[in-house]
Ligand binder design. Structure first.
Ligand code: VG1
Ligand code: CO
Length: 546
């Protein structure tokens, strides 16, 4: 009888279901192949082996295919013995809200549907990832076992039942399972209000400090409305693009100088707002702008760390900080002064989870517009925006003044990332192999004003569980601490994306006005020469500079 029947469907493996930096990301059309999504979801269930009647959290960033996928996963959860699923209203949960809900309700785990900052729509990307009971992305040993399960898969289980309505909160029944449709916005906003001085931010805004938040037609719109308009009493004009759309209004929901250009144009010029911020497709990234001023994510992490004592939730001090390897060492200098530990991990938020669970770090960040803390186990876009507003409200200085003062004290880690997207895989692998082969004779060699000191392929041993992750990025470190890092992206869906990360330390205040591309021009040239990039890829210029 429909409504109660559990079907076992025969299927066979797809060979390409290996999760990358942040879950499985593919073109929508790939996910729409027969049994593709079902195979991966069954592989998750087969490898996590949930106890009977377990609690699962489910939601996505609302992109194209989100609704269909949610219905399939609900029916598969019912057929795989889950007792209850908490699902975001309309099938939508931001990534940080999903992490918050998993923790608050002590769920067994969660499934998040998102391709984050990648474009959406029928020709765009889709993604799925599994988060564990700590609210964070599954560590590599779990993602590896999901991939192995996907290669051995022979069948999946799914309930033969009607779709569950997702647009009204409340409890519904699906076979023996309860589906609780929840509105996570207030849970999330409550968490933010418990960390930050909303009174001080409200006074700042009431005093005429003018902000613009760009949700890029992605998931943060409703969260931003609740926080900025309802709770902080900001004027309506503070929000832009706050209605979530399945194709993000045909935009690329990546909060950087290239893709958030509408906001950037608003913040550069005369009579601009005092503060601008944007978030990505699933709400875990942030970009911070002052008047005619861009804060690099690496500097942002360092400045939040240096000023954490101004924020109620962090007044007691920080246990430690962590950054991904390619992120600049600006935060290391702050950690040294505060006399707290600083950890360097591979790229991807999954590597911060153990450190936070063990109480070793409070703040974490990545150069890729990701900042967060142990309040949840994901990076958190709106959290970073509120952290900045809290600091501005207390210091009563502009964003630019805060950054310049920071540089004057600690020196400036001039930083930029150059991305070469959609390169043929062979060419990208050729660049990496060539660089590795060069490593043996680079140390000691001089390139203009830089002398190479050390080269390696970054490898990490987790200090909590001893697990190791090798092959995490090629580093050339110069004698003055400047660095060039080459790394292949693990989130792209077309060919290979080569990322070149450039960092130069400059303690001289008189140089701090320089544009990063100018200040880094010598390193940029060295990176091009050493990698033979143009010769091997035919690309003379990066696709995106951040
Ligand atoms: C990119 C970023 C990385 C980030 C990851 C997920 O990965 O560089 O820092 O953690 O995206 O971010 P990659 O492998 O393409 O460099 V998100 O906002 O997708 O969840
Ligand atoms: Co994201």
């Amino acid at each position: 009888m429909p409504g109660n029947t559990i079907l076992t469907i025969a299927s066979s493996p797809y060979k390409d279901q290996r999760p990358g930096t942040s879950g499985l990301r593919k073109r929508v059309q790939v996910f729409q192949q027969a049994h593709y999504l079902e195979n991966f979801v069954q592989s998750i269930f087969d490898s996590i082996k949930p106890p009977q009647k377990a609690l699962l959290v489910l939601g996505g960033d609302g992109r194209y295919f989100n609704r269909e996928a949610i219905q399939i996963i609900l029916k598969m959860a019912a057929a795989n013995g889950f007792g209850r699923v908490l699902v975001g209203k309309g099938g939508i949960l931001s990534t940080p809200a999903a992490s918050c809900v998993i923790r608050k309700h002590a769920a067994f785990g969660g499934i998040i549907l998102s391709a984050s900052h990648n474009p959406g729509g029928p020709d765009g990307d889709f993604g799925i990832k599994y988060n564990t009971s700590n609210g964070g992305p599954a560590p590599e040993k779990i993602t590896d076992s999901i991939f192995e399960a996907s290669l051995k898969l022979t069948q999946y289980r799914i309930a033969d039942a009607p779709d569950v309505q997702l647009d009204k909160t409340g409890d519904y029944t699906l076979c023996d399972m309860t589906v609780s449709v929840i509105d996570a916005v207030s849970d999330y906003a409550d968490l933010m209000e418990s960390l930050f001085d909303f009174g001080a931010i409200r006074d700042l805004l009431a005093g005429g400090f003018n902000i613009r938040f760009d949700a890029m037609h992605a998931v943060t719109g409703p969260y931003a409305r609740e926080i900025f308009i309802n709770r902080l009493k900001a004027p309506e004009s503070s929000l832009m693009n706050c209605i979530p759309l399945p194709d993000f209004g045909k935009g690329h929901p990546d909060p950087n100088l290239t893709y958030a250009h509408e906001l950037v144009e608003m913040l550069y010029g005369e009579n601009t707002p005092d503060f601008g911020a944007a978030s990505d497709g699933d709400g875990d990234r942030n970009m911070i702008l002052g008047r005619n001023f861009f804060v690099t994510p690496s500097d942002s992490l360092a400045i939040l760390t240096a000023n954490a004592k101004l924020v109620p939730g962090y007044r007691a001090g920080l246990a430690g900080v962590a950054r991904s390897m390619p992120t600049s060492a600006a935060v290391d200098l702050v950690a040294k002064e505060l006399d707290i530990p600083c950890f360097e991990t591979p790229t991807g938020w999954k590597f911060f989870g153990n450190l936070m669970d063990a109480g070793k770090v409070t703040l974490c960040g990545e150069e890729s517009f990701g900042t967060g803390s142990s309040h949840i186990r994901e990076k958190d876009g709106l959290w970073a925006v509120l952290f900045w507003l809290n600091i501005v409200a207390i210091k009563k200085q502009s964003v630019e003044a805060i950054v310049r003062e920071h540089w004057a004290h600690f020196g400036r880690n001039v930083y930029s990332r150059h991305d070469y997207e959609a390169i043929p895989n062979d060419a990208a692998n050729g660049v990496m192999a060539h660089l590795k082969a060069e490593f043996a004779h680079l140390p000691g060699k001089t390139f203009g004003s830089y002398k190479a000191e050390h080269c390696d392929d970054f490898s990490y041993t987790d200090p909590v569980d001893g697990s190791t992750s090798a092959g995490q990025g090629l580093r050339i470190i110069f004698t003055d601490g400047s660095r060039i890092v080459f790394r292949l992206s693990g989130t792209g869906t077309e060919g290979a994306t080569l990322r070149i990360y450039l960092e130069a330390y400059d303690p001289v205040v008189a140089n701090h006005h320089l544009d990063a591309q100018t200040a880094l021009s010598e390193l940029i040239a060295i990176a091009g020469r050493l990698s033979e990039l143009e010769k091997r890829t035919g690309r003379a210029k990066p696709t995106v500079i951040t």
